[in-house]
Design a protein around this ligand. Sequence first.
Ligand code: FES
Length: 103
Amino acid sequence: MTEHRVGSMSELAENVGIAVDIGDKRIAIFRRGEDVFAIDETCPHRGAPLHQGTVLDGIVICPWHQWQFDLRTGCSPVNPLSRVETYAVRIEDGVIFVEMGER
Ligand code: FES
């Protein structure tokens, strides 16, 4: 497992996603209060960029057809078969790191 620096807390607005490339993978990063969440950027429905979604109560809503994913679990609150990958986040001195890679 490798940690990747993806930005700093001062660059992230509340509930406004950003997309970050780590290797050949694109992930979406969201800030909620002092917590940060990292999920797959690509919606499993038709591939919309999830960082452009709306966040309500810790749920990101896909900008294209409104599928929903919990930022903590990656699971849809309405369809248990629909989910996106989530990644561990660590914050140190305001710097955000995401864990990815082989365990
Ligand atoms: S592409 Fe995300 S809900 Fe359709």
